[in-house]
Design a protein around this ligand. Structure first.
Ligand SMILES: Cc1cc2nc3c(=O)[nH]c(=O)nc-3n(C[C@H](O)[C@H](O)[C@H](O)COP(=O)(O)OP(=O)(O)OC[C@H]3O[C@@H](n4cnc5c(N)ncnc54)[C@H](O)[C@@H]3O)c2cc1C
Length: 392
């Protein structure tokens, strides 16, 4: 089937199978077995997308994916965008862990873990940061020791997003203390529902994200769930971060699933326009600069994917995307809040609508974007060393 035939077929399938309630903003499953999908249309949409393999459209079919090429995946995203269909599934499993396991897992590990992610049966969380090891991740101390068929894990992690709802964790642990720090780390997988794991939520100012402290007290990871070689986990862990930083879906779509063109609507509503031109020249300048920045990012993302082999996630260059996209995200919420003037920063439930309060929460959460998945200062260090080749 050529690409145009694929597009026509995809359009028809989406029109028939994407229920009205799965279009526009709304609930998106992350696969957690602990979260019930409330909206019936969202549930139906997920079920249909699972059957089609389109929860993970570009994964191989044998692991529950759709087996689509990069070009076909772009078409699918474009067609979903055209009817405002939400992704059926969005999770740490689909965006970070799955792609990493596809590259580093054994066949047995892929068969055991990937189809369950594709079928939205499990959600994963990320056990990387520790109280003393954030930017200097390689100094992590949580320790694992082999005992028979299991690794026994002791220590703690912090800022573990979604750990309270996760079924499994991918974790970086120290397995050798007598070598340079990067050479004594292993990457393993453990179920969250076991007596050795305790999760304590951390409340956030934004009210949006819930992340946690996670404690390991003789927690167990099966020997078969060591990914890659013992003490070679730093390579696997770094690759996962590249998938995280790339935001692969937006990298592939290069603008087709652009979050929001709403900034112009906000400016029109609050500042007024004449003949399609915003009245306030300063705001006009800011809105246009934001839109140009967003368009440039998306076009660059698309070019990078087209130039890479089989659409694979690029290496250290993902740090560039992380910096630019998170700074744009912060500009977006900053501008959106300022354009709304006195309606921009509501905290009082009596005076402000739910929608207005939601924007404030999103503004707060956007501040975290330059910190999570490695702070932007650290990304600049990576760009300097690994992309530009500057000396240490
Ligand atoms: C919303 C959110 C969700 C998160 N989710 C997870 C998760 O699910 N799992 C997980 O493991 N972690 C998670 N994190 C943790 C995140 O990865 C860390 O916060 C981040 O890596 C920074 O580490 P830190 O907080 O210890 O700050 P620190 O490392 O203490 O850094 C403090 C400041 O110093 C700067 N700095 C440090 N070293 C350098 C250097 N060498 N050069 C220049 N500047 C430097 C940093 O940029 C930062 O501004 C999350 C964080 C946030 C905000």
């Amino acid at each position: 089937m050529n690409l145009e035939e694929f597009r026509a077929e995809t359009r028809t399938w989406l029109e028939t199978n994407c229920p009205p309630g799965a279009r526009g903003p709304g609930e998106i499953s992350n696969g957690s077995s602990k979260i019930e999908i409330k909206d019936p249309d969202t549930r139906l949409w997920l079920q249909r997308m699972v059957e089609k393999g389109w929860t993970v459209p570009n994964w191989p079919k044998e692991y529950g994916g759709g087996g689509l090429s990069t070009a076909e995946y772009v078409v699918l995203l474009e067609e979903m965008g055209a009817i405002r269909a939400r992704p059926a599934l969005s999770s740490f499993g689909t965006s970070m862990f799955g792609p990493t396991l596809l590259e580093y897992g054994t066949e047995e590990q892929k068969q055991r873990h990937l189809p369950r992610i594709a079928r939205a049966e499990v959600e994963w969380c990320q056990g990387y940061s520790e109280p003393g090891s954030g930017s200097d991740l390689a100094s992590l101390q949580t320790h694992a020791e082999l005992d028979g068929d299991h690794y026994v894990i002791n220590g703690s992690k912090i800022w573990t997003s979604g750990a309270h709802n996760a079924d499994w964790m991918f974790i970086l642990v120290r397995t050798n203390r007598d070598v340079p720090k990067q050479e004594g780390i292993s990457f393993m997988l453990l179920p969250m529902d076991q007596p050795g794991v305790t999760v304590k939520p951390i409340a956030l100012i934004s009210g949006v994200s819930t992340f946690n402290e996670t404690f390991f007290d003789n927690a167990l990871a099966a020997r078969d769930d060591l990914v890659g070689e013992l003490n070679k986990g730093w390579t696997v862990g770094k690759r996962l971060l590249q998938h995280e930083r790339s935001g692969m879906e937006s990298l592939i779509s290069g603008g087709t699933s652009s979050t929001d063109s709403g900034i112009l609507d906000v400016a029109r509503e609050f500042l007024g326009e004449v003949d399609g031109k915003l009245l306030d020249p300063v705001a006009r300048d800011e809105v246009i600069s934001y839109q140009m920045g967003e368009a440039a990012l998306h076009l660059t993302q698309r070019r990078v994917v087209e130039e890479s082999q089989n659409g694979a996630t690029p290496g250290p260059a993902t740090s560039i995307f992380k910096v630019v996209s998170t700074e744009l995200q912060q500009d977006y919420y900053d501008l959106k809040t300022r354009l709304r003037g006195s309606r921009g920063f509501g905290v009082d439930e009596k005076e402000f609508s739910d929608g207005e309060l939601e924007i404030v929460k999103q503004f707060f959460f956007s501040r975290a974007a330059s910190i999570y998945s490695g702070s932007n200062e650290i990304q600049r260090n990576i760009i300097a060393k690994r992309v530009l080749g500057l000396p240490d």
